[in-house]
Design a protein around this ligand. Structure first.
Ligand SMILES: *[C@@H]1O[C@H](CO)[C@@H](O)[C@H](O)[C@H]1NC(C)=O
Ligand SMILES: *[C@@H]1O[C@H](CO)[C@@H](O)[C@H](O)[C@H]1NC(C)=O
Ligand SMILES: *[C@@H]1O[C@H](CO)[C@@H](O)[C@H](O)[C@H]1NC(C)=O
Ligand SMILES: *[C@@H]1O[C@H](CO)[C@@H](O)[C@H](O)[C@H]1NC(C)=O
Ligand SMILES: *[C@@H]1O[C@H](CO)[C@@H](O)[C@H](O)[C@H]1NC(C)=O
Length: 661
């Protein structure tokens, strides 16, 4: 039995021993001390004394001193290890705890339930799931899996891993369950958004376990996250009945959080009023509730009350208030909030706060302020501002910021360059000249060979119609990767040069590079525009068969247009039917347009039927079909269908299937 256990834990031991520095000293001090113990009259008494001292030291936080005693001990027992392990865990020294655990196992000590619950707790905290599984094995081997403490620790571990079903199974297997285990399960169910929380709660009551305030906090929190008002209200009335709604600080705050999350202002206010100011925890919920409901005065009132009682605003509060001032274009409130942000140091930590600030100044038209609000201007800070601008679509400011970086000698790097180049085509003012200027900057600063910079230049030149320059940049790349090939192919595709796209795709494949969805879409778009049926078919064929890239609806739409335009209507129909997009009414209608253009009655009638079948509710499908029938000079059917379309518009629900001739 012992041997089997040692085997299962072996990888664990090797993972931790070499990571841990205390290794050498403990082993060396161990042997002489053991020798000492021969001179001791009663070693058991000595262990007891040591254990008590170590426990006292651990509890007072003197971990080093405790470990010193632990090292000195001539002999230890399982209690020694349990005390040391839980002491280390309590003091946040997970690595050390795991080392001691491995030492204990390799010296042949058998874990007790308390050892397991400590160690599993450490694994769970540290996300060491593989190791957790191994220890679960040991639990099973040692027959402790039905112990309520070990069981709880395992449930916690699996909940943290997201294995909710498994956790529930362990839970159901436990012969007895205490309140803590129930709460733990409810908490986990809440965090994973599982729907059976209320059933679980009723089952708990049926099994005779009385809920405590914590139970309600967990339940209310998850009902708030999911915004299920009714179930939350049900719990609320229960907490009123037992008196916790007012007497228990945590429950009453949870109620405020819950109603705020559900956007129910009156209920949130009512629950808030009964809490003595000193006991309020849920300030932030109210601030964001008022902010998102545009009640600026109350949001600010609660915000300042919160300051007075010394509570720290959360990121959500700040973002809520900044959003509010941004929506109302209220720079005065915005700046006040910004002062608080600076005072509390949130501007460094949170990208949410940063981008809310940028957004606010952007909306209020004060981009200068957002740049000068940055305490120390470095390339990195400017780059992150720049990416935020680009992300928010404040294109002109990206370009302005780049200028500022050059003017103020902050400098720039490949990220600033490629971000700026990428935004050029979205700007109203920039043109080919801006692109050339940035290209020059790239060459002068030595970033011209950076792949990201080159790709953005290739794209940008082509967007301004200068594909020649795109090609020149591409040709200068010594080893272009997939991204570069895709950029140049897309540059040609954008300018409707199908042959070049197709040739470059071949070059790329011959080089052993793997084209992706985007590359293929560019090539197919170009084939469609240039009417290259043969090439288009080959490329489309090879996508899934040779390159393992599944076509998406856009790829199929290109092919259908390409074939349909050339009058290869049956082939287009066949191709579309083969794909999983055979229910995509937009592609079918586009095919019907081609049938109309080619006056093809046979194929067109079939397609018309499909279009109607797919979207019988849509009046514009009926109109399109009617137009098709007038095109093939079947005016009678055309009129009939048109009448149906008009009737359908007025009376959408009364659908009667139509018989085609
Ligand atoms: C703030 O606004 C942004 C974008 O407008 C939005 O994504 C975010 O959810 C909002 N946050 C809050 C707390 O209102
Ligand atoms: C195919 O090309 C035609 C003609 O240039 C164009 O109208 C159509 O939108 C293109 N189809 C797709 C899916 O790009
Ligand atoms: C309709 O198109 C198919 C090919 O897609 C062709 O075989 C058939 O002859 C066409 N019919 C007419 C009337 O043009
Ligand atoms: C088409 O069918 C697929 C399943 O084959 C489905 O996922 C998709 O939602 C359907 N699309 C439409 C527009 O009905
Ligand atoms: C009806 O079909 C047209 C064209 O296919 C499409 O643009 C429109 O969004 C559809 N309307 C609805 C309500 O599905």
């Amino acid at each position: 039995m012992r041997k089997q256990i040692m085997v299962s834990i072996a990888p664990l031991v090797s993972t931790f021993t070499h990571k841990f520095v205390r290794n050498a000293s403990t082993t060396s001090s161990f042997f002489p001390s053991q020798f000492d113990s021969y001179f001791e009259p009663n070693p058991r008494d000595r262990i007891y004394t040591y254990n008590r001292d170590i426990e006292t030291l651990m509890k007072s936080g003197s971990v080093d001193h405790a470990l010193q005693l632990f090292d000195e001990m001539p002999m230890r027992d399982i209690i020694t290890y349990n005390i040391v392990l839980s002491g280390l865990k309590r003091n946040g020294l997970s690595k050390e705890a795991l080392y001691v655990y491995n030492q204990m196992v390799s010296q042949g000590f058998i874990e007790s339930s308390s050892t397991f619950s400590t160690v599993l707790g450490v694994f769970s905290q540290e996300g060491l799931y593989q190791e957790g599984f191994q220890v679960h094995n040991r639990v099973v081997v040692l027959g402790l899996s039905l112990n309520v403490y070990v069981g709880s620790a395992l449930i916690d571990l699996y909940m943290n891993m997201g294995l909710v079903e498994l956790a529930l199974r362990l839970f159901n297997d436990l012969p007895e369950r205490n309140l803590a285990t129930w709460n733990q399960l409810l908490k986990g169910f809440g965090e994973f958004g599982m729907s059976q929380k209320l059933q679980l709660y009723y089952r708990m009551k049926r099994e005779g376990v009385a809920p405590n305030p914590l139970t309600f906090c967990y339940l209310l929190r998850s009902f708030g996250n999911e915004r299920v008002v009714d179930q939350g209200r049900e719990l609320h009335s229960y907490t009123i009945k037992v008196g916790w709604a007012e007497s228990d600080v945590f429950v009453s705050n949870a109620l405020v959080d819950f109603y705020s999350a559900c956007g129910s202002i009156t209920d949130a206010e009512k629950s808030f009023e009964v809490i003595p100011t000193n006991d309020v925890i849920s300030w932030n919920s109210l601030v964001s509730l008022y902010a998102s409901n545009e009640i600026a005065s109350d949001a600010l009132r609660i915000f300042s009350m919160m300051q007075v009682s010394g509570k720290k605003p959360s990121i959500r509060s700040f973002v809520g208030l900044l959003n509010l001032s941004s929506r109302n274009v209220n720079i005065i409130i915005g700046k006040q909030i910004h002062c608080f942000v600076l005072k509390l140091g949130f501007d460094h930590g949170s990208c949410y706060v940063c981008s809310a600030l940028i957004d606010m100044y952007g909306k209020c038209g004060e981009i200068e302020s957002s740049v000068s609000s940055v305490p120390r201007k470095t390339i990195e800070v400017c780059n992150s501002l720049m990416t935020s601008f680009a992300h928010c679509g404040i294109v002109e400011d990206v370009i302005e910021l780049f200028g500022l970086m050059v003017d103020e000698d902050i400098g720039f790097d490949e990220v600033s360059l490629s971000t700026t180049v990428n935004t050029l085509s979205r700007s109203t003012y920039a043109g080919l000249t801006s692109c050339k200027l940035l290209h020059l900057c790239a060459v002068k600063s030595g970033f011209a060979h950076d792949l990201a910079v080159s790709c953005s230049l290739i794209e940008s030149y082509s967007r301004f119609g200068d594909v020649k320059s795109s090609r020149q940049i591409f040709n200068q790349l010594s080893s272009p990767n997939v991204m570069c090939f895709t950029s140049i192919i897309s540059a040609y595709s954008r300018n409707k040069m199908g042959t070049e796209c197709y040739k470059l795709l071949e070059v790329m494949i011959n080089k052993g590079l793997k084209p992706d969805k985007v590359t293929f879409l560019c090539v197919l778009t170009a084939c469609n525009h240039s009417g290259m049926v043969h090439e288009g078919k080959m490329v489309f064929e090879s996508m899934s068969t040779v390159h393992g890239v599944d076509p998406e609806s856009q790829h199929v739409a290109c092919m259908v247009d390409l074939l349909g335009h050339k009058g290869l209507l049956e082939e287009a129909e066949w191709l579309l039917k083969q794909t999983q997009f055979n229910n995509d009414s937009a592609i079918w209608s586009s095919l019907l347009r081609h049938c109309r253009a080619h006056h093809n009655e046979t194929v067109g009638k079939r397609i018309a039927e499909t279009v109607i079948k797919l979207e019988p509710e849509n009046a514009s499908s009926w109109l399109q079909v009617s137009n098709f029938y007038s095109e093939i000079r079947d005016f009678e059917t055309a009129k009939l269908i048109k009448d149906i379309a008009l009737a359908r518009r007025m009376q959408r629900d009364m659908f009667t299937p139509l018989r085609f001739k």
